[in-house]
Design a protein around this ligand. Structure first.
Ligand SMILES: NC(=O)c1ccc[n+]([C@@H]2O[C@H](COP(=O)([O-])OP(=O)(O)OC[C@H]3O[C@@H](n4cnc5c(N)ncnc54)[C@H](O)[C@@H]3O)[C@@H](O)[C@H]2O)c1
Length: 644
C-alpha cells in the first residue's frame, strides 16, 4: 500500500519553476534587449537540470548568478505564487489526507516561496523540504545554501533516505513530479513508484522513465489509493471510460453485404460508403471511427492513423495490405486484419481449368474458330490424366491444386523451401530442377520474395520437358516473360497461362503490354485468379469475423502487424486490452501494482512483436475500473480498451 506521497513543487504543485520566478522578477526592470538573453539562459538552466543534463548545483549557481535577487523579489513572488497553484491540488491533498496518507513536498525552490503555498494546502511544515537562500549584509540573495541536500541533483534522494532511516517513510512511497531529481528517488529504491506529471513543459526524457504518466491531478487518486480505498468517487468518475458496446464503424469501397449484415447483427454503428476516400476526407469524416473497413484503393497513411485517436482496428477486405502503413498502425496500437487465403479455391480452380485448356490447345482453337478457321486436328492435344504436374510452392493454393489435379488422374510432384506434408500421393521433388525435368505441366504458387523474383528464367525453362506447359498465377515477377516468349516461339514450351505480370495496368484505360501477346497457345488473364463472387463473400465473412472478435474479445489471431494472442473469457470478469511499447519490465510493473493492491488477476496473456507488447488481462468486475485507470497511466501505454 502507498502510504507516503512526495510531491515535487515546481511544475507540479505550482504551474511554474520557483527559482525561475525569482530570477525573472529580479530581471523585471531590465530593458528588453538585455533581459531577453538572460531569460533564455535562465530557461536553459532549468531545462537542462530538470532533464538531468547538468547537475542541479550548476543550474542553481548559474540562475542566481544572472542577477541580484532581493528580499523584495522574494516577497513579491511568495505573494504571486499563491495565484498559480494547480487548481486541483487542494482537493487531491485533502482527499489523500482523509485517507491518512503522509503528504510531503520536496522542492528545490526557496523556503520563503514554498511555505506560503504548502501552508495554504494544509501540509505540515515538518513535511516540507526546500532550499535556503544566503543573504549579504544588504539583504541581497547572493546564492543558495550549498550544504542543503536539495541544492544537488541527488538531494531528494538524500532527504528521502534520511526520513526512511528515521522511520518517517513507513509503508510504500510514491513520488510525483517531472524532474530527473524526482526520478532518481525511485531509481534509488526510496519510492515504489514514480508518477510523471508536468504542469509546464513536457520533459520526455524523464517521462519515458516514469512508471505512470498523468495529464491531470485527478488521475492520481486511482494510482495512489489501494483497492479498499478505491471507490467510484468524484475523481474517478471524471475519467472517460470507453464502453465499447456499439463501435463506430466506417466501411469504404463498397464492402460486401455479408460483412455489413454481420456488423449489424452485432449492433455496430455503421456508416457505409461506396468509394475509396482520400487521406483528408478520412481524417475529416471518419475521425470518430473505432473500426475502419477498406479494400485495396483507400490509402491508410501515417497521417490518417495519427489523426484517428479513437481507432481500434482496421479491416482490409482484400488480400494484400500494401495500402496501409502497417508500422504506423502498430505504433498507434491498431491491429490490421486482411483475408490472405479467402480466394485460395478460386485460384486453384482456375489452375485446374487452365491446365486442361492448355493441354487441349483450346484457346488457340477457339480464337481460330472466332476467325472462321476450323482446327479440328488432335495433334498436340492430350488428356491431363496420367501426366505429371509440378507444383512450385506447396502452400495454401499449391496444396489445393495438388488435391484437385490428383483427382483428375495426374501425378503430383512439388517443390517448396519449407518441409511440407505431401497430400494424397504427391511427392516432393529432389529440388527445383528435378521438378522441372520431370513435369509435363509446371504451376507456380510462390510468394513475391527476393528469392522468387526471376526464379523461372531461360535456364529453368530449358530444363523443362520439351513440349511442357507453364502456369503462373502467383506473382508477376517470378517468371522472365521475355525468356518464356522465346521458348514458346521455339516450341520448347507448348503453352502457358499467365495471370500476373511485372507491370499491371492500374485501370481499364491504361494499355496492357506483354511480350506474350499473340504467342501460340497462351492464355493471358488480367490478374483474376482470385476474383470470384465466392472469394469476395469469403473475404467479407473472414475479415468481419476477425474484426468482431477483436472488438469483443481482443483476439488478434490472423493480424498482419500485431502480436497474435487470444484468451478464453472468464465469467464475471472485465477484460482490459493493454497495448504498450515493447520495453523490458512492463508486465513486471503492472503485476507489482496488482500485487500491491491485492488485485486478483483471473486471466492474463502477453505477447510481443517488434516494438509492440500486447497484454490481455481479465479481472473481477469490482476492480476493473481501477485496473483500467492504472493501465491507462502506465508510461509505456499506447492504447487501452476495456471490454465489459
Ligand atoms: N492470381 C491471383 O489472383 C492470386 C490470388 C491469390 C494469391 N495469389 C498469389 O499466389 C501465391 C501463393 O499464394 P498462397 O496463398 O498459396 O501462399 P502461401 O503463403 O500459402 O504459399 C506459398 C508457398 O510458397 C513457398 N515458398 C516460398 N518461397 C519459395 C521458394 N523460393 N521456392 C519454393 N517455394 C517457396 C512457401 O514456403 C509456401 O509454402 C502468392 O504469391 C499469392 O500472392 C495470386
Amino acid at each position: 500500500m502507498i502510504n507516503n506521497i512526495i510531491f515535487d513543487f515546481d511544475s507540479t504543485i505550482i504551474n511554474a519553476e520557483g527559482n525561475e520566478l525569482l530570477v525573472q522578477s529580479a530581471l523585471h526592470n531590465m530593458e528588453t534587449s538585455k533581459r531577453k538573453p538572460l531569460l533564455d539562459k535562465l530557461k536553459d538552466y532549468t531545462h537542462k537540470a530538470t532533464n538531468g543534463e547538468i547537475p542541479l548545483s550548476e543550474a542553481m549557481r548559474g540562475r542566481y548568478a544572472l542577477t541580484r535577487v532581493t528580499q523584495k523579489d522574494v516577497d513579491k513572488v511568495a505573494k504571486d505564487i499563491l495565484t498559480i497553484i494547480n487548481p486541483l491540488i487542494g482537493e487531491i491533498i485533502a482527499d489523500l489526507k482523509k485517507r491518512q496518507k503522509n503528504v510531503l513536498v520536496f522542492s528545490t525552490s526557496l523556503e520563503q516561496i514554498v511555505l506560503p503555498v504548502t501552508e495554504k494546502l494544509g501540509i505540515p511544515k515538518e513535511n516540507v523540504f526546500t532550499n535556503q537562500p544566503v543573504y549579504d549584509q544588504n539583504g541581497h540573495i547572493t546564492g543558495i545554501d550549498e550544504n542543503n541536500p536539495l541544492f544537488m541533483t541527488m538531494g531528494k534522494v538524500y532527504v528521502a533516505e534520511k526520513l526512511k532511516n528515521k522511520n518517517l517513510l513507513a509503508g510504500g512511497t510514491a513520488i510525483i513530479g517531472d524532474g530527473y531529481s524526482d526520478l532518481v528517488v525511485k531509481k534509488n529504491n526510496l519510492a515504489e513508484i514514480f508518477i510523471y506529471y508536468s504542469g509546464t513543459v513536457d520533459r520526455e526524457e524523464v517521462r519515458l522513465q516514469a512508471d505512470f504518466t498523468v495529464e491531470r491531478f485527478d488521475q492520481l487518486l486511482p494510482l495512489l489509493s489501494s483497492t479498499d480505498e478505491y471507490s467510484q468517487d468524484k475523481f474517478t468518475s471524471k475519467s472517460k471510460i470507453t464502453m465499447d458496446v456499439f463501435p463506430e464503424t466506417f466501411l469504404l469501397e463498397n464492402i460486401h453485404p455479408v460483412a455489413i449484415a454481420k456488423f449489424k447483427e452485432q449492433q455496430f454503428n455503421i456508416e457505409n460508403y461506396n468509394n475509396a476516400w482520400l487521406e483528408q476526407k478520412i481524417i475529416e469524416k471518419a475521425v470518430r471511427a473505432n473500426v475502419l473497413g477498406i479494400r485495396s484503393k483507400t490509402k491508410i497513411t501515417t497521417q490518417v492513423i495519427q489523426n484517428m485517436s479513437d481507432l481500434w482496428v482496421i479491416g482490409a477486405f482484400c488480400i494484400g495490405t500494401n495500402q496501409i502503413d502497417l508500422d504506423s498502425a502498430s505504433n498507434a496500437g491498431i491491429p490490421v486484419f486482411n483475408a490472405p487465403y479467402s480466394n485460395t479455391r478460386s485460384v486453384a480452380e482456375l489452375v485446374v481449368g487452365e491446365t486442361i485448356l492448355l493441354m487441349r490447345r483450346t484457346f488457340e482453337k477457339s480464337t481460330a474458330a472466332h476467325n472462321g478457321k476450323w482446327f479440328k486436328k488432335a495433334e498436340g492435344s492430350s488428356e491431363v490424366r496420367g501426366k505429371v504436374v509440378g507444383i512450385i510452392g506447396y502452400g495454401h493454393i499449391g496444396s489445393q491444386v495438388s488435391v484437385m489435379l490428383e483427382n483428375l488422374g495426374m501425378t503430383v510432384l512439388f517443390h517448396d523451401i519449407v518441409d511440407k506434408l505431401p497430400l494424397g500421393n504427391a511427392k516432393r521433388a529432389k529440388d527445383l530442377y528435378d521438378l522441372l525435368e520431370k513435369s509435363d505441366v509446371v504451376t507456380l504458387h510462390v510468394p513475391d520474395t527476393p528469392e522468387t523474383r526471376g526464379m523461372i528464367g531461360e535456364k529453368e525453362l530449358i530444363k523443362m520437358k520439351r513440349h511442357s506447359y507453364l502456369l503462373n498465377l502467383s506473382r508477376g515477377k517470378v517468371v522472365d516473360l521475355a525468356a518464356l516468349r522465346k521458348m514458346l516461339d521455339y516450341g520448347h514450351i507448348a503453352g502457358a497461362a499467365v495471370d500476373v505480370f511485372p507491370d499491371e495496368p492500374g485501370s481499364v484505360d491504361e494499355k496492357f503490354e506483354t511480350p506474350l501477346q499473340n504467342a501460340p497457345n497462351v492464355i493471358l488473364t488480367p490478374h483474376i485468379g482470385g476474383s470470384t463472387q465466392e472469394a469476395q463473400e469469403n473475404i467479407a465473412n473472414y475479415v468481419s469475423e476477425k474484426l468482431s472478435n477483436y472488438v469483443h474479445t481482443g483476439s488478434t489471431i490472423g493480424s498482419v502487424n500485431f502480436p497474435e494472442i487470444e484468451l478464453p473469457r472468464v465469467v464475471n470478469t472485465h477484460r482490459i486490452l493493454h497495448i504498450h511499447k515493447n520495453v523490458p519490465g512492463v508486465l513486471a510493473k503492472i503485476n507489482s501494482v496488482f500485487a500491491r493492491r491485492n488485485i486478483n488477476v483471473e486471466g492474463q496473456i502477453l505477447q510481443t512483436r517488434d516494438k509492440i507488447g500486447y497484454l490481455i488481462v481479465d479481472v473481477n468486475t469490482d476492480v476493473s475500473d481501477q485496473v483500467y485507470e492504472i493501465m491507462k497511466h502506465i508510461t509505456e501505454t499506447i492504447k487501452v480498451r476495456r471490454i465489459i
